[in-house]
Design a protein around this ligand. Structure first.
Ligand SMILES: C[S@@+](CC[C@H](N)C(=O)[O-])C[C@H]1O[C@@H](n2cnc3c(N)ncnc32)[C@H](O)[C@@H]1O
Length: 223
């Protein structure tokens, strides 16, 4: 009797913990018959729900996400790094691209609550621990300790990106593509764009997808 009561208490505790980690209003993923069905649900159900929260989580606009996915596929990227996961919206776009290239994303976020939300969204999308790994911590400390090199980096950290680029730079392959998200304010990324002028090996193009934000895309010129 005592044993079965303890089991019931334990089960309730488990259910409580499980539901505590779910985000209020998050759509439940159905059983998917194929990856195409899963991708359709991510694009048409999960992402539109996340877009209703984008002001809270400071996510990239959808058109920037679409561009990032295209870039990863077009440039055939395999080993990607993201700085600034938030709740995983841009990581989902990068993840869709990396599923196509059979690549992998490591994404770093300092806020533990946001890491938890990102994990919930990436798990629902079938990407967590497969195409995407989340890391919690200050990217300025986490990135220098990562093993191996990355052929793609997406830095989405607000208007002052230079220290984060400097942390990422030693971890890049020679042919790496670096995308830095540019918030709408006029002087956003001025530190980063000025510093890139002093690195003539990098070709920098600021892309606008139609949103008020931009993406500074940099590649090294072949020697
Ligand atoms: C603009 S949001 C990222 C939005 C996300 N890329 C998306 O589009 O879904 C910037 C994020 O960077 C995180 N952040 C700020 N400083 C950080 C640091 N030193 N290391 C890691 N993450 C940091 C913030 O907590 C915030 O969630």
């Amino acid at each position: 009797m005592l044993r079965s009561r303890s089991l019931t208490v334990l089960s309730l505790l488990f259910i409580g913990l499980a539901s505590a980690s779910a985000q209020p209003g998050a759509p439940d993923p159905p059983k998917f018959a194929s990856d195409a069905e899963r991708h359709g649900w991510v694009l048409n159900t999960l992402m539109p729900w996340m877009e209703t929260l984008s002001r809270t989580y400071h996510n990239v606009p959808r058109s920037d996400g679409e561009y990032l996915r295209w870039l990863v596929v077009a440039a055939k990227r395999k080993r990607a790094l993201e700085v600034g996961t938030s709740n995983g919206y841009s990581a989902l776009w990068l993840g869709l691209g990396l599923e196509a290239t059979k690549g992998h994303l490591t994404t770093v976020e300092i806020d533990p609550k946001r890491v938890q939300d990102a994990q919930g969204n990436l798990r629902a999308a079938g990407m967590l621990g497969k195409v995407v790994t989340t890391l919690e911590g200050d990217a300025l400390k986490v990135v220098p300790a990562l093993e191996g090199k990355f052929d793609f980096a997406f830095i989405d950290i607000g208007p002052k990106a230079l220290p984060f680029f400097e942390a990422v730079e030693p971890k890049l392959t020679e042919d790496a593509v670096v995308a830095v998200h540019k918030p709408p304010s006029a002087d956003a990324l001025s530190d980063y764009l000025e510093a890139m002028k002093k690195r003539p090996e990098w070709l920098v193009t600021v892309v606008q997808t139609g949103a008020r934000t931009g993406i500074a895309v940099s590649v090294r010129q072949p020697r």
